[in-house]
Design a binder for this molecule. Structure first.
Ligand code: UDX
Ligand code: UDX
Length: 470
C-alpha cells in the first residue's frame, strides 16, 4: 500500500484559458482545498479579481458563476508566484507552450521555455515536498526534463511529476470541466509515483465518476493529448476535403455528414465543414507531433499528420480565393463585412482563427473590411493583423473598421463573409440586410449557419461550404 497524500493547498502557474477555468472548478468542487492561481501578467490577475464579473479576462458561458462562488472563499488570484509555490503541496503548470518562432524546430516544435522557467522557479523556492502537475500540453517525455531540473537543486525534497492534460474545449469549458468524458492522469509507476497519482485522482473523484478517471504512465498521458487533438483536427480536415469535392460534384457536405455520422463507428461529432479550424491547440499540437515524429526519423508518420494542416491551410485560402473570384475577380476598394472573428462561437479567443487569414488575404487584394464580432474587441482584431506583419499598422487601421453593430458592418457592402458560427447570426433581419447591400449581394457562409431556404429566397447570392453554388 502506498502512503496516502492529502492535498490541502494547490497552486497553478498560468491564469489563462486553461489554468483559470480549470482551477475555478477545482476550487468550486473542493471547498476545503485552497487554490491559488498565479500569473506574471498583472493586468490579467487584476481582471480575474475584478469585482465586476463581466471584466473577467476570459469569456466562457457559466464561468462567472463559478468564480463568484469560489473567489476569495478558497480561490485566489495573485501575482506572487514564489509565495504560492512555497505554500502549495500540489502545483499545476499551466503556462502557454506556443510554437517556436526561432532556432531549432522553428515553426514546428513547442517552445518549452516557460515550462522550464516554472520548473526552475519551483526548484529554487520549494522548501517542502511537491507534486508537480503538467496541465499545459507538452511533448512526450517533457516530464523527464522537469524532473531532472527539480532534482538538480539537491535539497533532499521529494518531487513527483504527473501529467494531467486538459481536454476542455473553449466555449464549453465549464460544462467540459463539470462533466468530462474522461480525466487522464499519468504518473510514475513506483510507490511514490502511484501515491501522487492517487492524490490527484482523489481530487477529481469529488465530482467525476471514478471509471472516467484513467491512470496511465506519464508518457502515454503526454502523448494522448497530442493524439486526441490530432484526431479531432483530422476529422475537420477530412470533412473539409470532402466539402471541396461537393462544390464540384453537386453533393452537399452537410447531407454527407448526416449520412456518415449515423454510422456508429464514425459518429456524428466534429463533422461540420467550415472555413477551417483555428484555436490555440490544433495546429500547434499537430506541428509538434510532426516535429517529434520527424526527430525520431518517422518520416511517413510525420508526413501523414502534416497533411491535416496543409488541408486546413488550403480550406482557408480556398474560401478567400472564392470571395475574390465571385466578386468578378476584384475586391479592391470594395466594402466586405466580416461577421465573426473568434475561432469558434462562445469565446473571445482569436488565436489562429481562420478569420485572421481570410482577412489578410482580402486585404492583400485591397478590400475594405468592416469587422463585427459579439465578443472580440477592436484592439484584438488589429493586434492579430499586425502580428502577421503583412503590412504596416497604419494600413491595417486604414483598411479595417471594427464596429459594434452588425448592420453597420453590412450596410452598403458588396459581400458578407461569416467566419464564426455565432448563434445570433441566424436571427438577423436578413431581408433588411439584403435591402441595404450593393447588388448583387453576396453572402459567403464559412460556417453554413444561415443557409435556411427563407434566406435563399431573399435574393442573396449565397455561397456556403460544400454546397453547389446557388
Ligand atoms: C493553453 C494550454 O495550457 C497550453 O498547453 C497550450 O500550449 C496553449 O493553450 P492557455 O491557458 O490557453 O494555454 O494559454 P494562455 O491563455 O496564454 O495562458 C497562459 C498564461 O501563463 C498567461 O496568462 C501568461 O501570462 C502565463 N505565464 C506564462 C506565466 O505566468 N508565467 C510564464 O512564465 C509564462
Ligand atoms: C480543442 C479540443 O476540442 C480540446 O479537447 C482540447 O483540449 C483543446 O483543443 P478548442 O480548440 O477549444 O478545443 O475547440 P474545438 O471545439 O475543438 O474547435 C477547434 C476548431 O475546429 C474551431 O475553429 C472549430 O470551429 C473547428 N471545428 C470543430 C470545425 O470546423 N468543425 C467541427 O466539426 C468541429
Amino acid at each position: 500500500m502506498s502512503k496516502e497524500l492529502k492535498v490541502k493547498h494547490i497552486a497553478c502557474i498560468g491564469a489563462g484559458y486553461v489554468g483559470g477555468p480549470t482551477m475555478a472548478v477545482i476550487a468550486q468542487k473542493c471547498p476545503d482545498i485552497k487554490v491559488t492561481v498565479v500569473d506574471m501578467n498583472e493586468q490579467r490577475i487584476a481582471a480575474w479579481n475584478d469585482a465586476n464579473l463581466d471584466n473577467l479576462p476570459i469569456y466562457e458561458p457559466g464561468l462567472a458563476e463559478v468564480v463568484a462562488e469560489a473567489r476569495n472563499r478558497n480561490l485566489f488570484f495573485s501575482t506572487d508566484v514564489d509565495g504560492a509555490i512555497a505554500a502549495a503541496d500540489m502545483i499545476f503548470i499551466s503556462v502557454n507552450t506556443p510554437t517556436k518562432t526561432y532556432g531549432i524546430g522553428k515553426g514546428m516544435a513547442a517552445d518549452l521555455k516557460y515550462v522550464e522557467l516554472c520548473a526552475r522557479q519551483i526548484a529554487r523556492v520549494a522548501t517542502s515536498d511537491k507534486i508537480v502537475v503538467e496541465k499545459s500540453t507538452l511533448p512526450v517525455r517533457t516530464a523527464q526534463s522537469i524532473r531532472t531540473i527539480l532534482d538538480a537543486e539537491n535539497k533532499g525534497l521529494q518531487f513527483q511529476v504527473l501529467s494531467n492534460p486538459e481536454f476542455l474545449a473553449e466555449g464549453t469549458a465549464v460544462q467540459d470541466l463539470h462533466q468530462p468524458d474522461r480525466v487522464l492522469i499519468g504518473g510514475g509507476q513506483d510507490q511514490a509515483g502511484q501515491a501522487a497519482v492517487q492524490a490527484l485522482v482523489d481530487i477529481y473523484a469529488r465530482w467525476v465518476d471514478r471509471e472516467r478517471i484513467i491512470t496511465t504512465n506519464v508518457w502515454s498521458s503526454e502523448l494522448s493529448k497530442l493524439t486526441a487533438n490530432a484526431f479531432l483536427a483530422q476529422r475537420v480536415s477530412s470533412i473539409n476535403a470532402i466539402s471541396a469535392l461537393c462544390e464540384k460534384s453537386g453533393a452537399d457536405v452537410d447531407e454527407i455528414a448526416r449520412a456518415i455520422g449515423k454510422d456508429s463507428r464514425i459518429g456524428p461529432k466534429f463533422l461540420k465543414a467550415s472555413v477551417g479550424f483555428g484555436g490555440s491547440c490544433f495546429q500547434k499540437d499537430i506541428l509538434n507531433l510532426v516535429y517529434i515524429a520527424r526527430s525520431y526519423g518517422l518520416t511517413e508518420v510525420a508526413d501523414y499528420w502534416e497533411q491535416v494542416i496543409k488541408m486546413n491551410d488550403y480550406q482557408k485560402r480556398r474560401f478567400a480565393e472564392n470571395i475574390v473570384s465571385k466578386l468578378f475577380n476584384t475586391v479592391s476598394g470594395k466594402k466586405i463585412a466580416i461577421l465573426g472573428w473568434a475561432f469558434k462561437k462562445d469565446t473571445n479567443d482569436t488565436r489562429e482563427s481562420a478569420a485572421i487569414y481570410v482577412a489578410d488575404y482580402l486585404l492583400n487584394e485591397q478590400a475594405e473590411l468592416w469587422v463585427y464580432d459579439p465578443k472580440v474587441k477592436a484592439e484584438q482584431v488589429y493586434a492579430d493583423l499586425d502580428y502577421l506583419n503583412t503590412r504596416s499598422e497604419a494600413e491595417n487601421r486604414r483598411l479595417v473598421k471594427v464596429v459594434n453593430d452588425p448592420y453597420q458592418a453590412m450596410d452598403d457592402a458588396h459581400a458578407v463573409a461569416i467566419l464564426t458560427e455565432w448563434d445570433e447570426f441566424k436571427t438577423y433581419d436578413w431581408q433588411k440586410v439584403y435591402e441595404g447591400m450593393k447588388k448583387p449581394a453576396f453572402l459567403f457562409d464559412g460556417r453554413n449557419v444561415v443557409s435556411s431556404p427563407a434566406l435563399l429566397g431573399l435574393g442573396f447570392k449565397y455561397i456556403g461550404i460544400g454546397h453547389c453554388v446557388s
